[in-house]
Ligand binder design. Structure first.
Ligand SMILES: [Cu+2]
Length: 155
């Protein structure tokens, strides 16, 4: 009987400690680390400001700013259609991203300079590449060598 009572008392004590611990958690957030929430609030405000500034926060076909503050990186889209890249010469800036999308039911590739290699792309498949080094990148389709185009990357 005594052991049982002691066990019950210990169990109640543990539960009480748990309750005290759980109750103390929100108090900690409100009272103790006052400077930290202020800092994170400032960050949240900055993020909101960025979102307000950029016209399209989600990735839509066209141009999207990936890092507005440091350098503007743009996403360029090239459609592959009727055995042809729809942009023969595309000028981009260093750090820009180019996305190719195959709209033919025929397999195509983007293969060429600077490690450009998409592998076989079926209908509606896409391939993206970030151009981090200035230069001229010629590329072609492995299956249709007369399909050629160029990306020119300026600093
Ligand atoms: Cu092809």
């Amino acid at each position: 009987m005594k052991n049982k009572n002691i066990a019950i008392i210990i169990a109640v004590a543990v539960v009480l400690l748990l309750i005290i611990y759980l109750l103390s958690m929100p108090n900690y957030e409100v009272v103790s680390p006052a400077p930290t929430p202020v800092a994170s609030k400032t960050k949240t405000v900055t993020t909101t400001a960025k979102k307000t500034t950029s016209p399209t926060p989600t990735v839509v076909q066209g141009s999207v700013n990936l890092a507005p503050s440091t350098s503007i990186k743009t996403v360029h889209n090239i459609q592959i259609k009727n055995y042809s890249y729809d942009t023969k010469v595309l000028n981009v800036r260093t750090g820009d991203v180019v996305v190719w999308r195959n709209q033919d039911s025929m397999l195509h590739t983007v293969s060429g300079d600077g490690g450009l290699e998409s592998g076989p792309m079926g209908l509606a498949q896409s391939y993206s590449f970030t151009f981090n080094t200035p230069g001229t990148y010629n590329y072609h389709c492995k299956y249709h060598p007369n399909m050629t185009a160029t990306i020119v990357v300026t600093p």
